[in-house]
Design a protein around this ligand. Structure first.
Ligand code: SER
Length: 313
């Protein structure tokens, strides 16, 4: 490939796996990882890494020039739970990081951007079942407000300056290789650690709280697919779905593998966030536009998680 790729936020839940997959596809030297903290061993050892503060446009520009980078995946965000605790910080980080990248694209330094949005853009007035691509979008969380504003800014830079920015509204993401931090959907990862270690888990959501979720491999595939898709006529942050479950249903799926596993419920403020989000997602536009298809279902995900974590914890 003639230009390189930069992943900002490469030590995070999605960033870590994205770097490794992109290095497989494009070659280790062509994929530069960057974060304010070190990544895991695999990321640090397999290719270039730069310490980078995404709030500094000058520093980003320096890294772009040093490595001749034209494509950026901006995987930095303060997630829903932490954002509620520190709204100003979340807003500043989530928005300023995006502005820095959009402006560098406007100036012609970056040619293509991936920026993640989330199911958190939807709010209590949004239809919850099979939530359409275009619908009532009035988020009630700090994180959701920042993601919706980000979507609008991406659309603005795309229309006004011709910036090529691709985006997906991720559901809750589940992986055994990396852990999430500060999100409402984190229980769906934590539960596996506790299932293996203690055979029991106390869930911070109510038992029947259904949320859209996805196995990480599918999310990574979708991310790469949307970046490889032919240029879209206009900016769109694609709805993306795989499967949906409640804590109770996830516990039942785990019990098929670990019959003695028990779940208890002690809902906290995260329940208030979860109940404003959709239960399932209509992703027909992604299916039509770039042949999106989730490959992993709930039972496969559970088996993969338990096997994968078995060797890690
Ligand atoms: N997984 C995220 C969260 O729970 C949603 O994008 O905050």
């Amino acid at each position: 490939m003639d230009s390189k790729i930069l992943i900002i936020g490469s030590s995070g839940q999605i960033g870590t796996e994205l770097v490794l997959r992109l290095r497989e596809i494009y070659g280790n030297e062509n994929v530069v990882a960057s974060d304010i903290r070190k990544g895991n061993y695999e990321v640090m050892e397999s290719g270039p890494f730069e310490f980078l503060d995404v709030t500094s446009k000058i520093d980003i520009k320096e890294v772009l020039e040093k490595h001749q980078i034209k494509e950026v995946y901006l995987m930095v965000a303060i997630l829903s739970v932490i954002a509620e605790q520190n709204p100003q910080k979340a807003w500043d980080l989530n928005m300023n990081s995006l502005f820095n990248i959009l402006d560098l694209a406007k100036d012609g330094i970056i040619e293509k951007i991936f920026w993640p949005s989330s199911i958190a853009v939807f709010g209590p007035d949004t239809p919850k079942i099979n939530t359409p691509q275009d619908t009532i979008i009035k988020p009630s969380t700090v994180y959701g407000i920042s993601k919706l504003a980000g979507e609008n800014w991406c659309a603005y830079y795309s229309q006004k300056y011709g910036v090529d920015v691709r985006s997906i509204r991720y559901p809750g993401l589940i992986s055994y290789k990396t852990t999430p931090g500060g999100g409402t959907t984190d229980y769906a990862v934590e539960i596996f650690y506790e299932a293996i270690k203690r055979k029991s888990y106390t869930c911070f959501l109510e038992e029947n709280t259904v949320l859209p979720m996805m196995y990480m491999d599918d999310a990574i595939n979708a991310t790469i697919q949307v970046m490889q898709a032919e240029r879209m006529s206009s900016y769109i942050s694609y709805n993306l779905g795989a499967f949906s479950f409640s804590p109770k249903e996830l516990a039942e799926a785990i019990q098929k593998q670990i019959p003695e596993f028990e779940i208890n419920y002690k809902p906290d403020s995260r329940q208030e966030i979860a109940k404003t989000w959709p239960q399932s997602i209509d992703d027909s536009q992604a299916k039509n536009d770039w042949d999106w298809e989730a490959k992993t279902d709930l039972d496969q995900m559970v088996i993969t998680m338990l096997q994968g974590l078995h060797y890690r914890i």
